[in-house]
Design a protein around this ligand. Structure first.
Ligand code: FAD
Length: 473
């Protein structure tokens, strides 16, 4: 029987594995994390810690499938701009077909009923009119908001079903893949225990599927085969996490949960967008060991009186600069340096007035994350801040109050995306039988499309196996 290595069992790995359960191939799954039932919820959310541990924990650490555990909001619409770029790769119909499968799988495994958030005709008319008058573009989406509290049960239940249908699958939990290299037309995978290394092993595989997420993207670039892949540089998004009163945004929250609104900044023509809204949610730190970002999440049961969402300015670079990730990481590190190691918080009124925030004690909006008060403009490029302020002013026309003095801005909120790897419609690279899926391929940016890309790779391998068996017959 042929052998396949599946490296990384986050959103894309899980849905790839679902396709491969019971297939005529021996599947070896490697993941640095512990089994799903041992992955824990954020200790800060549980009230066990007040600040992030010195090392990134499995909640937020890149490479630990954070989005499938944190908030677990799944975009279900095949959009050309939201959640990734698979629309460009496989087209709307094929993408929607797979997103529908993702939806069905999650709903089947959810321990409670999770409503699909879907705007009706009335809501669409409402937002389109207001967005146009505000100079913004609205992008339609349906989504599932599973919540951090339901995420472990859903993922574990999906995995249990796969295991029961897949006698062909062997799991290597707590195993870090150290390297992957081509050996003739096979792949040599070297792996070791993640927490207690010292027992390095090497195995040969006929297929290799890499689904190592954004956290594993840098590691991917160091692998032997990387230099022969066809690639082009990725994008970065730099912005802030906005926290405001949920009463200012309640009209859009109740109609859309998260309306995707895009804006072009007047002077620089940069794309500015909102991302990851958390009505009645909480702002959280996102600890990456060398720097700390901010993020947000919400829960199904525990609620705050605020809404938080990211406002991001997208940037791509041209020659000779080739390392957009480094650019955003350095901005994040400057913010952390000014804040004494963590995120900064600033009132929008103070940012506009060109002064630092000294205290948020009497602010109308009470912060849900304790962060150092300061001045974000000391670290962020003017062009980025200009785009963010213009965006909030435009959004204020839809939700009056959002751009008020008391609105809080947390920095750094940066998203960097790996190099974009040229792949076939089944996520196969130009190296035969080597597939790269999910965020590490740069084709996806969220759970829904990451899961879809995994599914595509699984389908591709099944097809290839069929072709191979026909040739043998
Ligand atoms: C804090 C946070 C919150 C988010 N919230 C959302 C959200 O609500 N909705 C949404 O759509 N998206 C969200 N995202 C984005 C989402 O997490 C990703 O888009 C999605 O998880 C990508 O799936 P993936 O399979 O590509 O990678 P991941 O889910 O990151 O999985 C990668 C897997 O690879 C493993 N791995 C990495 N390197 C190695 C190695 N060398 N050897 C073995 N195993 C390895 C890791 O342990 C991990 O399990 C969030 C991201 C973060 C960081």
């Amino acid at each position: 029987m042929r052998k396949l290595a599946l490296i990384g069992l986050g959103a894309s790995g899980l849905f790839c594995l679902k396709e491969l359960a019971g297939a005529d191939v021996e599947v070896h799954v490697f993941d640095v994390g512990p089994t799903y039932d041992k992955r824990y919820a954020c200790p800060i959310d549980q009230g066990k810690l007040e600040v992030c541990p010195p090392k990134a924990c499995s909640y937020c650490a890149p490479g630990q499938s954070a989005g499938s555990w944190n908030d677990f909001k799944v975009i279900l619409s095949a959009s050309p701009v939201i959640g990734g770029r698979l629309y460009d790769l496989i087209g709307e119909t094929e993408l929607q077909k797979r997103l529908d499968k993702v939806r069905q799988t999650i709903l089947t495994h959810a321990p409670v009923e999770i409503p699909v958030v879907k705007p009706d005709a009335d809501d669409l008319e409402w937002i389109k009119k207001r967005a146009t008058l505000a100079g913004m573009t609205y992008h339609y989406q349906e989504l599932l908001h599973c919540g951090s509290d339901n995420a472990p049960a859903i993922n574990t239940s999906i995995l249990n079903e796969i295991t029961s249908k897949g006698p062909n699958i062997t799991f290597h939990w707590d195993s870090k893949v150290m390297s992957v290299s081509r050996r003739s037309d096979q792949f040599a995978v070297v792996y070791d225990h993640y927490r207690k290394p010292g027992e390095e092993k090497e195995e040969l595989f006929d297929f290799c599927i890499m689904s190592v997420g954004r956290g594993g993207a840098n590691w991917l670039t160091q692998q032997e085969f990387y230099k022969v892949l066809e690639i082009y540089p990725g994008q970065v998004d730099i912005g802030v996490r906005v926290e405001t009163s949920c009463y200012f945004t309640e009209e859009v929250d109740k109609r859309f949960y998260e309306p995707k609104l895009y804006y072009r900044s007047r002077r620089s023509n940069d794309v500015v967008r909102n991302f990851c809204s958390n009505p009645k949610g909480f702002v959280t730190p996102e600890n990456h060991r060398e720097y700390v970002l901010v993020n947000g999440h919400s829960k199904m049961y525990e609620k705050s009186e605020n809404n938080n969402f990211a406002v991001l300015v997208s940037k791509t670079f041209t020659r000779p600069f080739k390392n957009p990730q480094l650019y955003s990481q350095n901005i994040a590190k400057i913010v952390n340096m000014l804040a004494g190691g963590g995120p900064l918080i600033q009132r929008l009124g103070d940012l506009r007035a060109g002064r630092r925030t000294k205290s948020v004690a009497n602010n109308l909006v009470k912060p849900t994350l304790e962060a150092e008060c300061g001045d974000i403009s000391l670290a962020y490029p003017h062009r980025i801040l200009e785009g963010i302020i213009e965006y909030l002013d435009a959004f204020d026309k839809i939700c009056p109050g959002v751009a008020s003095e008391s609105t809080l801005l947390y920095a750094p909120e940066c998203k960097s995306y790996p190099d974009s790897i040229v792949v076939s419609k089944n996520m196969e690279t130009n190296v035969p039988n080597l597939y790269i899926t999910g965020d590490s391929s740069s084709w996806t940016r969220g759970v829904g499309q990451a899961a879809t890309s995994g599914m595509l790779a699984g389908e591709g391998v099944r097809e290839r196996l069929k072709e191979m068996s026909k040739v043998m017959a």
